[in-house]
Design a binder for this molecule. Structure first.
Ligand code: URA
Length: 238
């Protein structure tokens, strides 16, 4: 048995929040009766009709990775009409990005209509690793490394860095390229991490998400995941 709003959103008809609104607005029938309570549970035999449309519980799951360019929003729509990741990835199913990259951040982002896997991957308990390359306006010193080892406080919560490596230093321009791996998903977390150390992030790119890498995907390119890749994502959240 699953909650009605979850079954509706998992079918790809609409988001969980919109499904809740539809239920509360008497727009959902289960076995020909209006159901307008959010706790209602259904099973595979129940016939669900939303705004006159039969909900197909058998979903055609799709999984893509995109190398997100700069100046693209990682959500399904944008109130300022800016380009979104959904404008780039052509898919007949209602896919959405798993987690967020900032408007000016580039790199790997997963898109899917598999609500279960998406929720599992962003849940903090699963410690999904993400690797970024950040260009910062400075050069890390001994004190910075000591602070990083001890854990940096961001909004009264310690951020643990899983891996950090200085990839390149430009002494003339006073900039560095730093590779950072974290398992956190807080908003703007990499920028806030460097800000806490006193540096600005000039450029940010995500090169790895869970066990997925961009390999030869160029900016703006995307590809569907193989069955093996999807299976290995499921392994990570077991
Ligand atoms: N951290 C950031 O600051 N921005 C991103 O886009 C991702 C992680």
């Amino acid at each position: 048995m699953e909650r009605l709003q979850k079954v509706i959103s998992n079918s790809g008809y609409t988001s969980r929040r919109k499904a809740e609104e539809l239920i509360l607005n008497n727009k959902v029938l289960v076995n020909n009766e209006i159901v307008n309570t959010l706790g209602y549970k259904v099973d595979d035999n129940d016939i669900i009709i939303v705004e006159g449309n039969l909900i197909n519980k058998k979903v055609n799951y799709k999984y893509y990775i995109l190398n997100k360019p700069r100046e693209v929003i990682s959500s399904v729509s944008d109130d300022k009409n800016r380009k979104t990741v959904i404008d780039i990835v052509k898919c007949s199913e209602r896919i959405y990005p798993v987690g967020r990259l900032d408007y000016d951040t580039t790199g790997i982002i997963l898109l899917t209509n598999d609500g279960y896997l998406a929720n599992m991957l962003i849940h903090p308990s699963h410690k999904i690793y993400k690797t970024y390359i950040a260009k910062i306006n400075g050069i890390l010193n001994e004190l910075d490394f000591k602070n990083i080892r001890n854990g940096i406080m961001i909004d009264q919560r310690k951020l643990t860095i899983d891996y950090l490596k200085v990839k390149n230093i430009d002494k003339i321009k006073n900039t560095s390229l730093i590779e950072v791996t974290i398992h956190e998903g807080r908003n703007h977390i990499i920028k806030r991490f460097f800000e806490a150390l006193g540096y600005d992030v000039l450029k940010l790119s995500r090169i790895k998400f869970a066990n997925l890498s961009l390999n030869d995907l160029k900016s703006g390119e995307y590809r569907e995941l193989s069955k093996e890749e999807v299976k290995s994502l499921y392994e990570l959240v077991k």
